[in-house]
Design a protein around this ligand. Structure first.
Ligand code: AMP
Ligand code: ZN
Length: 481
């Protein structure tokens, strides 16, 4: 069965055939680093993580590029308001992004280019567009002339005829009603000088528009034509439409073969968005005692092209499902194994493991159908549980046990929540060993009537988010939920 993706460009599911056999170049629009990411943003980056890991599972050698938009209207405005230079403003958000990636088991891309490091490439593309009569200057800014590019609108299917010839839009973000010539290069404004977001160009001092950044970074890191470009659905227009116009306009070649777009995470039925404040950050959730492995699981329950409503009930059932899967895997791993297969042994888990992987691959091959793929994992769990029940205290053969464990591992090389939950438990164990040790030290201090020391230890424990209660049976503790 071939691997297929729904291509926004053709509005069809298509067989995936990379430009070079066995290799995939993929670019994902990363965040604008003007705030800490919320879990809506993280859903989109999670989707790209699954896409990349599944391509690797299928044996492709993947080069994955995710940019960081560190200069645009929003970052400049933020730096201005804070009274700091652009780089000093964006760096903490880049750091917090990577912390969230790590906590959510999202592997970093092979490269995370920052727009401010690729300005020469942007100038080069704009120059090529001018030479081809696709860009024009107006008052020190440069615009893309959409009436000169025949393919404009092919991705988003916007009605180009509604656009008024020669009208311009200078903002980085605009609506579908604004089908107009968009800005490639913006002439300098006082706030750009103030935050240090200015470059010298043939058109004078200024700074890039948002859209040209991704064309330049993808050209530099993946070449002028590459396999997959992904991002959130809100980027289809204008961002990706404009990327196509600039890139194909400059090179005369096809820019991207497959365009994949992830749907939104909703909160109370509305889009989770920084602009409305309708958001949760990963840190907020972890503070409430939510495990990132449950978030990973929750994201997998919906197809990436479907909206997903974020709820705490949904997270609670996700946590339960992760526990169920891990429990079966752990019990199987710990079950006594015999060196030689028992001749009476029907190798039922061999079949279950093969079937689970085949069903997983078939589901994921269909445009990454993660919810169906999850069901195959639950089926494997059912069969493991049945087998362990049947065995009772009898040993299992190494071969049979390892086949099933390998199936869990292969599937989790894409899903990642089993490994993540294991890492979370290890942290829990470390924490609990530390708390127990501190409580013993506090009891010893009390016994020695060193109450100052006992109180200091208590403060130390509480500072780690632990609730400590003295009961008639002795001290009790729990993590503050
Ligand atoms: P931004 O930092 O605003 O440029 O957004 C980074 C990425 O997150 C983009 O690909 C957006 O499409 C995506 N995004 C923003 N809000 C949501 C949401 N509520 N659900 C899923 N993805 C989102
Ligand atoms: Zn982009």
């Amino acid at each position: 069965m071939p691997l297929t993706f729904y291509n926004t460009l053709t509005r069809r599911e298509e067989e995936f055939v990379p430009l070079q056999a066995g290799k995939v170049g993929m670019y994902v629009c990363g965040p604008t680093v003007y705030a800490a990411p919320h879990i809506g943003n993280l859903r989109t980056f999670f989707f790209s993580d699954i896409l990349r890991k599944y391509l690797e599972y299928r044996g492709y050698d993947v080069r994955f590029v995710m940019n960081l938009t560190d200069v645009d209207d929003k970052t400049i405005r933020g730096a201005m308001q804070k009274g700091v230079k652009l780089n000093d403003y964006t760096q903490p958000f880049i750091d917090s992004l990577f912390r969230d990636f790590e906590q959510l088991g999202i592997r970093r891309a092979d490269v995370h280019p920052r727009a401010t490091h690729y300005v020469d490439g942007m100038i080069d593309i704009i120059r090529r567009l001018e030479e081809r009569g696709l860009a024009y200057e107006s008052e020190g800014s440069v615009y893309f002339d959409i009436s000169e590019f025949a393919g404009y609108g092919k991705l988003s299917k916007v009605d180009v005829s509604a656009g008024r010839r020669g009208e311009r839009v200078a903002a980085d973000e605009y609506d579908k009603d604004d089908v107009r010539d968009f800005v490639l290069w913006k002439s300098v404004k006082p706030e750009d000088e103030e935050v240090g977001a200015v470059w010298d160009t043939p058109w004078g001092r200024g700074r890039p528009g948002w859209h040209i950044e991704c064309s330049a970074m993808s050209f530099a890191e993946l070449g002028e034509t590459f396999d997959i470009h992904a991002g959130g659905v809100d980027l289809v227009f204008p961002h990706h439409e404009d990327e196509i116009a600039q890139s194909e306009g400059a090179t005369g070649k096809e820019f991207v073969r497959y365009w994949l777009h992830g749907e939104f995470l909703l909160l109370d039925g509305g889009k989770m968005a920084k602009s409305t404040g309708n958001i949760f950050n990963l840190g907020d959730l972890v503070e409430r005692g939510i495990r990132p492995s449950s978030i990973r699981y929750l994201f997998l329950t919906a197809h990436y092209r479907s909206k997903l409503n974020f709820t705490f009930e949904g997270l609670a059932s996700a946590a339960e499902a992760v526990r169920r899967i891990r429990d079966a895997r752990d019990r199987l791993r710990e079950h006594p194994a015999a060196r030689d297969p028992d001749p009476m042994d029907t190798p039922s888990l061999h079949t279950a493991a093969d079937e689970a992987q085949a069903a997983f691959t078939a589901a994921m091959d269909q445009d990454l159908n993660t919810s169906v793929a999850l069901a195959t994992l639950h089926e494997l769990v059912n069969r493991v549980n049945a087998r362990l029940h049947e065995l009772g205290t009898t040993a299992i053969s190494h071969a049979e046990r390892d086949a099933a464990l390998r199936a869990f591992e292969r599937i989790d090389s894409v899903f990642g929540f089993i490994a993540l939950s294991e890492a979370e438990s290890a942290v829990d164990e470390d924490l609990s060993a530390w708390v127990e040790e501190r409580i013993a030290a506090r009891q010893a201090a009390r016994k020695a009537r060193d109450f100052a020391q006992a109180d200091a230890i208590r403060d130390e424990i509480v500072a780690r988010g632990i609730v400590l209660e003295d009961t008639p049976q002795g001290p009790r503790w729990r993590v503050d939920a």
